[in-house]
Design a protein around this ligand. Sequence first.
Ligand code: UDP
Length: 570
Amino acid sequence: MKLNANAETVLKQRYLIKDENGNPVETVDGMFHRVAKAIASADALHDEHADTDKTESIFYDMMTNLEFLPNSPTLMNAGRDLGQLSACFVLPVEDSMESIFEAIKQAALIHKSGGGTGFSFSRLRQEGSTVNSTGGVASGPISFMKVFNMATEAIKQGGSRRGANMGILRIDHPDILKFIDCKADNTEITNFNLSVGLTEEFMKAAEAGKDYDLVDPHTGETVKQLNARTVFNKIVDAAWRNGEPGIIFLDRLNRDNIVPEQGKIEATNPCGEQPLLPHESCNLGSINLTQMVKAEKGRKTFDWEKLERTVKQAVHFLDNVIEVNKYPLDQIEHTTKQTRKIGLGVMGWADSLLMMGIPYNTEEAVQLAEEVMSFITEKGRQASQQLAEVRGTFPLFEQSILPQDRPQRNGTITTIAPTGTLSIIGGCSSGVEPVFAYVFIRNIMDGTEMLEVNPILKEELEKRGLYSEGLMRRIAQEGAVSHIKELPEDIRRVFVSTHDISPEYHVRMQAAFQRHTDNAVSKTVNFSNEATREDVAKVYSLAFTLGCKGVTIYRDGSRDEQVLNIGKVK
Ligand code: UDP
């Protein structure tokens, strides 16, 4: 197997089955066999003569070759008693105590199994409005979010990974201003990502500088008006300060809602890439694009045949996951199986560009993004159509907005996940993000330092006889290959990192992938510390114009604790 040392460590710490003393009772190879066998077993549900051994070996090969990996809960839980395989859930929060605390309970069960939960809090009546049963006053969405947050905090230790949440509030909720600023203090609501749900009507009002209505969710009455541009600028200001909240475009999510009769989409999973209905879940999986690159006539290009084969097998895999998944609630099983959404995406995009010698921040890269993603979605659809011939369409196919002449097994096919852990296992850059830094200096326990160098940079430098530890230390210190003047010009141009890339190119890349993705794209638009509020506002407008479903921004150094730092220890 091709796993690197970091991958081995992550898998041993968090993915392998352990005994009561915390020692692994399976090997990494054993884990991949367990997963392949459990997922392949679903074939027998549709065909009693199915050769599940053959499917198992296809799935096993695809994972151990690091060509495709399913989301973490599938690796952790497939073939085990828990058997909860999905990364993404959305739970309903209605305007009642029963519903609020039911959602907290359900979220706790989901977090325990490694899944993340998203909620819209827009239905909760605003702070200070009356509570009929007691004659008291309502505490409002923000104070209930704090209860959700504490519940998540308390169950952190028991689960396989930290519980993650997404909290969404519509722009026309009367408590919107409090929501926008509720994470100004970074120690609050730490287990949540927040997004403001924007409407097209609001965006137009903001552009025109007009007022818009705040609506009491309980009575449906307009309670107040605010100036849309002022509120838009407040969101920009908060995000500029510390990256929160993000924004999502609700009308756009609902334009791609494949069965509008099933209800409105009001929320997404924690990292924003998967819009879902209340009580819906989705399982994700990612193709490692670095494994899809081949050398041809001295040039590196995508191996389209291999990519097509991998997409088809991945769709088969993910449809099987829906079958063998053990859902935390009957209602979630029911809603999920109504449309059988899957979320196939990619990782290692930036690394693939490096292998091909194409700088991330170029027209050529944006074009190639469109080409790769439209290919994946098209081949994925075909695979789902082939599955439908044998297994039938998803139950609501006829009510769906999908073309009726091509029956599909799965309501959606593609989603681009962050692949935070999967990319470590796959040994590649995460999702469609650029490379953050090419060299990290890692402190090891005994006080020694270890250099961690991007393998593609290392190979290129070694090939040209330029590699040295001293140079690597300088790159770590400078934070960018592009700053090292004595390196050849082409290396400095191709090996760009996050902060070499303008925010506009970040958005354009996100938009290129979004155009060919059924669900959404996880992407952070990174700004330098010096970026202004106007820069942030411009990116929001650009994301809206280019058809993104949402945006998350981050200005370097704007949080005390940031996950990745240039020139510092990882
Ligand atoms: N997720 C979560 N907790 C985490 C990381 C991820 O619940 O600590 C969920 C969340 O819904 C997120 C999704 O998993 O949007 C996909 O995240 P990612 O691709 O980073 O997960 P991986 O499969 O790489 O672990």
